[in-house]
Design a protein around this ligand. Structure first.
Ligand code: PSU
Ligand code: MN
Length: 302
C-alpha cells in the first residue's frame, strides 16, 4: 500500500469485508461553511451514512498522509484551523510532502478514495466549467478527474455560479454519465430546477448501483455524476439565486479574484448575501446526499 495513505481501521476492515463505505470531502468543512456549523454538519453527515448502513470516510491531508476516515477530533481541526490548504489534484504532492493541513476538493478526494478502494463519494456540489471559461479557461480539475477515476459522485447537481450548460457538455464529451435521482430535470444545487433536462434518470438506489456495476465491469473508466435534487421545502427559487450569483460574479471581477480562490470567493459571497437561507439549504442537501449515497453504496456492495 501507498506510504502516504492512512486508512483508519474501521474503514479498512469494512473495505476488506466488502461492506459499504462512503467517502466524504473536507474542502466543504474548511472552505465551504462557517464554524461551528461546518463541524456539526460533517459529524451529522457521518451519522446519516451510518444510519443508512455504510461506513463514512472523511478524507483530508494531515502530517504528510492522506487520511481516509477522520476522527471527530480531526474533523474539528479541519473545521477550526485558519490556515488549511484547499487541495486539488495539483496541490496534493506539495501539501503531502510539506506536511501541511490540506482540505481536499472533489478531485483530490476522489483520487484518494480510489487509491483506497472506495467507490462511492458524497459531496454537496462539484466544480465545473465556470461562466466565461471561453476566455479564462477556468474549468475545475474535478471534471478532468471524473473523466478517469472510477468513483461515483452523489451531489445536488451543479451550482449556477458555474455555466451549467457547458459543464453538461464537458461531461458528455468525456463520457461521464449524469443521472438524476427521481427527476427529469438536472438540479442546480440550491434549486431543484436548472433549466436543463437531465441526460438520464433513475428512481431507486439499486438501479443506480446496477448502472455503476455495468459501467465498471465493462472497463468504462471514470465517474458517474448522480444528481440528487434538494427537497421542495429546502429549495431556493432559481431567479432569486441568480441575482445573488450575478452580484457575486461582479464582486469577484472587481476584486480581481482568480485561480483556486474563485470558487471559495463566490460561495462565501452568496452565503453572506443570502444570510441563513443558503447555509440551511446547503446543510439540508448534503444530509440528503449522504442518505442516498449510503443507500447506493449498500446496494453496490450487495
Ligand atoms: N462547489 C460547491 N461547494 C463546494 C465546492 C464547489 O457548491 O464546496 C468545492 C468542492 O470541494 C469542489 C471545489 O471540489 O470547490 C472546486 O473548486 P475549483 O472550482 O477551484 O476546482
Ligand atoms: Mn478553477
Amino acid at each position: 500500500m501507498n506510504a502516504h495513505l492512512h486508512i483508519n481501521p474501521e474503514v479498512e476492515q469494512a473495505l476488506r469485508s466488502n461492506k459499504p463505505v462512503v467517502a466524504l470531502e473536507s474542502t466543504i468543512i474548511s472552505h465551504g461553511m462557517p464554524y461551528p456549523k461546518n463541524v456539526e454538519t460533517a459529524l451529522s453527515v457521518e451519522q446519516i451514512v451510518r444510519d443508512h448502513g455504510a461506513v463514512p470516510a472523511t478524507i483530508g491531508v494531515m502530517d504528510g498522509k492522506c487520511v481516509v476516515g477522520m476522527s471527530r477530533k480531526q474533523i474539528e481541526t479541519f473545521g477550526k484551523s485558519k490556515d488549511v490548504w484547499k487541495v486539488s489534484l495539483r496541490d496534493l504532492p506539495y501539501v503531502v510532502s510539506q506536511k501541511l493541513l490540506g482540505a481536499t476538493t472533489v478531485a483530490a478526494t476522489m483520487r484518494i478514495a480510489s487509491m483506497s478502494g472506495i467507490k462511492i463519494f458524497v459531496t454537496g456540489g462539484i466544480g465545473g466549467v465556470h461562466r466565461g471559461a471561453e476566455h479564462t479557461m477556468d474549468i475545475s480539475a474535478d471534471l478532468t478527474e471524473m473523466a478517469q477515476t472510477d468513483v461515483a459522485i452523489v451531489s445536488a447537481g451543479v451550482k449556477s455560479i458555474l455555466d451549467i450548460g457547458l459543464t453538461l457538455e464537458y461531461l458528455e464529451t468525456f463520457g461521464i454519465p449524469v443521472v438524476t435521482f427521481g427527476s427529469d430535470e438536472f438540479p442546480s444545487f440550491y434549486s431543484r430546477e436548472s433549466g436543463f433536462k437531465s441526460p438520464l434518470r433513475l428512481d431507486d438506489p439499486a438501479s443506480i448501483a446496477e448502472m455503476l456495476q455495468a459501467k465498471w465491469s465493462m472497463g468504462l473508466n471514470g465517474s458517474v455524476l448522480i444528481a440528487n435534487p434538494l427537497s421542495k421545502e429546502a429549495s431556493i427559487d432559481r431567479n432569486e439565486m441568480e441575482s445573488h450569483i450575478q452580484g457575486a460574479l461582479t464582486a469577484a471581477e472587481h476584486a480581481g479574484v482568480s485561480g483556486k480562490e474563485v470558487t471559495p470567493f463566490l460561495l462565501k459571497y452568496i452565503a453572506d448575501y443570502t444570510s441563513g437561507e443558503s447555509l440551511e439549504a446547503n446543510i439540508a442537501l448534503i444530509r440528503s446526499n449522504a442518505a442516498l449515497g449510503a443507500r447506493i453504496a449498500s446496494a453496490y456492495a450487495d
